[in-house]
Structures are given as structure tokens and as C-alpha cells.
Design a binder for this molecule. Structure first.
Ligand SMILES: CC(=O)/C=C/C=C(C)/C=C/C1=C(C)CCCC1(C)C
Ligand SMILES: CC(/C=C/C=O)=C\C=C\C=O
Ligand SMILES: [Fe+2]
Length: 470
């Protein structure tokens, strides 16, 4: 294994004072590092010093709006009712003041070497030192786009640039933005208007790119003004399900910002796009269709509420995890109105669970063959296996041990590799007895290469990145 650091982010602390958080996505960001050095692993973890976490620690209570949690107003004098308190909350929400900066979703290495933790609020873009895990400070965007408050949690990063989406809640749509490595300034490449007449744009946790295009999802699961203002969460949190308004995918040229396709597709629910690429069906060098793959939850929104901590803790051992699959979209580039959505590989082969995916990063935007993701060995209430899916041959290899919960299987290509699956897969695994270990699987055979046991348990985590040692 080459020398370098695997860094993983995720919610790790789910209570403050005597208050227990409700949802998996609410927890305060906890970074875990696995430093590979001369065939040995050195591990460490640390909480991210976001304003939200620091304020919670100082006041021993929730101070910012998290994914499902809204801080209770502090009542100074019970007899005094501020007639404007309702308005105040709306102002605080729409000015972004009350939103969290708890960057607990992912961590990326920018092309210039800076390492940034992220969540769906723009203020939750925080730089860290990947060796000490110290919080360096906010990533200061120098482009005036931060007024829009929210962003996709999964920007697409290469050595030279970063692409991301900024949803527009006022004029429902998405800004597609690009930031050069070394810069703090995002430029707007183009804008897509939502097709549906609903108030809010579709939720975008992630999106996809091909070599020449950006694929922008418009899911029927939409931001909802009603639910954004509610203090108590609904089963769909800040969102609402609007299948009657249609489901769409838009394709924008990276070069010109022009929307070259906008198709209606069957209803879908996804957190994570896997990859996308262009296909030239006529063999004349001109792309005729875009293929975009995602972890698709059979258009069933229940998964969002299944990730409530109480549900996860109390349903252990019950087979209640809703089914998921690799959803493959075909988006014609000939002006057709409709796109297709199919199941890429029979979902039974990966236990009908599919999320927390990764691919060989050298195949980003290219025709590719292998997906690494969390699958399942039923019965289960949460993805409890690692799966390697060959989407060409439609074969799956699964890795599972009794009582485990593995986090995202992260693929690191072997330097100099010539095969797509030549590399290692890293995952951090929680055990039934409260322990945890890091596991390395061979990217090709999907057999265990090594494991390193932690002297304590680590919480479940979300997304990571690889930082090679220079
Ligand atoms: C951890 C994860 O995958 C998602 C986290 C999402 C968050 C923190 C979303 C926060 C939001 C608010 C606090 C209010 C506005 C809407 C929204 C972006 C959902
Ligand atoms: C844990 C998760 C989504 C995380 C977002 O970043 C999804 C799990 C889905 C279960 O099948
Ligand atoms: Fe995610």
C-alpha cells in the first residue's frame, strides 16, 4: 500500500447537554484519519471545531439549525411575549444566520492541496489540517455567491478544478459553478431553471459529470418552504415529495453553460450519483446519449426517515431496510423529451441495498465498469456488507461478517495500475460488541488484505478522501 492518508468525515457526536439528536445527519462532524506509512497504519480522530459545535459546547445546548433539529428560543422572561419573534426566526433562517456550519458530510482534497470538510450549507465549508486534524477555519468564498446559503454536499474535484451546484430557492433552479484549483472564487458557468411548477427546487445532495457535461438532477423530493420554517421535523424533514410535478434531469455543457438536454424521467430518490459518461451510438465521435448511474431508492422516500437514530437503534435485527438498486439513466442528446431509468444490475445480488458508493477516480466521467458500495446481507435495518459491482458483466462480490456495519468502501488506485480495479478498498467497520476496525480489501478479488483493530469503537461515518504522501 502506498503511503498517504485516508481521511473520513461523518457525524460522530449525537448529543449535547441532556438533549439527544434525532437524525443520523444531525451529529457533530468527527474526522477519522488512517495514515499509511511504510506498511503500518496510524489512526486518529478529532471533532471538527465548527461554530455550531463550539457554541453547543459553550452553552451546553443546540444553538444552530441542524439537518432535523431547530434550537429552541431562549426564554428570558416568561411573561414577555415578543410579538415579532416569529418574524425574527424567518429572518434568521433566510439570512442564513441560524443555519449550521457543522460540516459533517464529506471531506475533499482540492487540487491545490487544501483539505475541506463540507455539508449542504455553504458556511459549512471548513478547512482542516489532515495530519493534526486541526480545524484551520472557514473556507472564505470570494465570489458573492454565498448569499444562496446552500450547496451540493458532493462537489466534484480534480487536480485542476472543482464543480458544484448551488440551488436557488427563490427562483427554483441550480447554478452550476466551477472553481479553479488555488482560487477561492467560483464562477457561474450556467443556470438551469426547474421544470416543475413547485415552489422549491429538487434536493441535490450530489450530481454527476461527464467529460463535457454536467448532469443536474431535479428530483421530486423538493425543498419545502413550509417544512423549512417548521420547528418540529416532518417525516421528510425540510423536503416534500411531489411526484405529480415530474422528475427531471438536465444536461449542461461545461464549456458554454448551455443546457443541451432536459428530460423527464420516472420518479427517483437518490442521495448519491455514482458516475456518468457520454456514449457515441453512431460511432462518429459525437455523443448521442449520456449514461448517469446513481444509488436509487426505488422512488421511495422512507430511507430518509429510516436514518432517524431511534429507528436505527431500535430496529436492529429486523429486516426493515427499504430496497435500493443501481439506477441507470439514459439521457438522449437529440432533443427527446424523455429519458429512461433502468436497474443496472439485479438488486438481489447486493442484498437490495445500495449506497455510499465509490469508483476508481481515474474513471470519473468516463465509461467505467466497477462500483464499490455498501450493500446488504439480509435481514438488516442498515447496509451491512460491502459490494463490488461489475456493471458490465452484471456480477457482484460481497464482503460481510456477522454483526458488522461498514462505512463507505473507498477505492484507491494502485499507482501505475492498468486495470480499473487494480487498487485497494478502504472501509472503517463497526462491530456488534462496540469495537471497530479498518479493513483493506483487494480491489480486484475483493478479498481481505489486512485489518487494523482500533482500541475503541468509532461511530458510523459518511464520506472520505485519499491524500497521497508527496
Ligand atoms: C449529513 C448529510 O448528508 C446532510 C446534511 C444536511 C444538512 C446539514 C442540511 C441542512 C439544511 C438546513 C439546516 C436548513 C436548510 C435546508 C438544509 C440544507 C436541508
Ligand atoms: C447514510 C446514507 C446517506 C448519507 C449521505 O451522505 C444513506 C444510507 C442509505 C441506506 O441504504
Ligand atoms: Fe453523501
Amino acid at each position: 500500500m502506498q503511503n498517504g492518508t485516508y481521511l473520513r468525515n461523518g457525524p460522530g457526536l449525537w448529543n449535547i447537554g441532556d438533549h439527544d439528536f434525532r437524525h443520523l445527519f444531525d451529529g457533530y462532524s468527527t474526522l477519522v484519519k488512517l495514515q499509511f506509512d511504510g506498511g503500518r497504519i496510524f489512526a486518529g480522530h478529532r471533532l471538527l471545531e465548527s461554530d455550531a459545535y463550539k457554541a453547543a459546547k459553550k452553552h451546553n445546548r443546540l444553538c444552530y439549525r441542524e439537518f432535523s433539529e431547530t434550537p429552541k428560543p431562549v426564554i428570558i422572561n416568561r411573561n414577555f411575549k415578543n410579538p415579532f419573534s416569529g418574524i425574527g426566526e424567518i429572518v434568521r433562517l433566510f439570512s442564513g444566520e441560524s443555519l449550521t456550519d457543522n460540516a459533517n458530510t464529506g471531506v475533499i482534497k482540492l487540487g491545490d492541496g487544501r483539505v475541506m470538510c463540507l455539508t449542504e450549507t455553504q458556511k459549512g465549508s471548513i478547512l482542516v489540517d489532515h495530519e493534526t486534524l486541526e480545524t484551520i477555519g472557514k473556507f472564505e468564498y470570494e465570489d458573492g455567491l454565498s448569499d444562496h446559503m446552500i450547496q451540493s454536499a458532493h462537489p466534484i474535484v480534480t487536480e485542476t478544478e472543482m464543480w458544484t451546484l448551488i440551488p436557488d430557492l427563490v427562483k427554483p433552479g441550480y447554478r452550476v459553478v466551477r472553481m479553479e484549483a488555488g482560487s477561492n472564487k467560483r464562477e457561474v458557468v450556467g443556470r438551469v431553471r426547474c421544470r416543475s411548477g413547485s415552489w422549491g427546487p429538487g434536493w441535490v445532495h450530489s450530481f454527476a459529470v461527464t467529460e463535457n457535461y454536467v448532469v443536474i438532477p431535479e428530483m421530486p423530493l423538493r425543498y419545502s418552504v413550509k417544512n423549512l420554517l417548521r420547528a418540529e421535523p416532518t417525516p421528510l424533514y425540510k423536503f416534500e415529495w411531489c411526484p405529480q410535478d415530474g422528475a427531471f434531469l438536465h444536461v449542461m455543457s461545461k464549456l458554454t453553460g448551455e443546457v443541451v438536454a432536459s428530460v423527464e424521467v420516472p420518479a427517483y430518490v437518490t442521495f448519491h450519483f455514482i458516475n456518468a459518461y457520454e456514449e457515441d451510438e453512431n460511432g462518429d465521435g459525437k455523443a448521442t446519449v449520456i449514461i448517469a448511474d446513481c444509488c436509487e431508492h426505488n422512488a421511495d422516500t422512507r430511507i430518509l426517515d429510516m436514518l432517524r437514530l431511534h429507528t436505527l437503534r431500535s430496529s436492529h435485527g429486523h429486516d426493515v431496510l427499504p430496497d435500493a438498486r443501481i439506477g441507470r439513466f439514459r439521457i438522449p442528446l437529440d432533443g427527446s423529451k424523455y429519458g429512461k431509468l433502468e436497474t443496472a444490475v439485479e438488486a438481489e445480488k447486493h442484498g437490495r441495498a445500495m449506497d455510499m458508493c465509490s469508483i476508481n477516480p481515474l474513471y470519473l466521467g468516463q465509461k467505467y465498469r466497477y462500483v464499490y458500495a455498501c450493500g446488504a446481507k439480509r435481514p438488516c435495518n442498515f447496509p451491512n456488507a460491502l459490494s463490488k459491482v461489475d456493471i458490465l458483466e452484471k456480477k457482484v462480490k460481497n464482503w460481510h461478517e456477522h454483526g458488522i456495519i461498514p462505512s463507505e468502501p473507498f477505492f484507491v488506485p494502485r499507482p501505475g495500475a492498468t486495470h480499473e480495479d487494480d487498487g485497494v478498498v478502504i472501509s472503517i467497520v463497526s462491530e456488534e460488541n462496540g469495537g471497530s476496525f479498518a479493513i483493506l480489501l483487494d480491489g480486484s478479488s475483493f478479498e481481505e488484505i489486512a485489518r487494523a483493530k482500533f482500541p475503541y469503537g468509532l461511530p458510523y461515518g459518511l464520506h472520505g478522501c485519499w491524500i497521497p504522501k508527496p
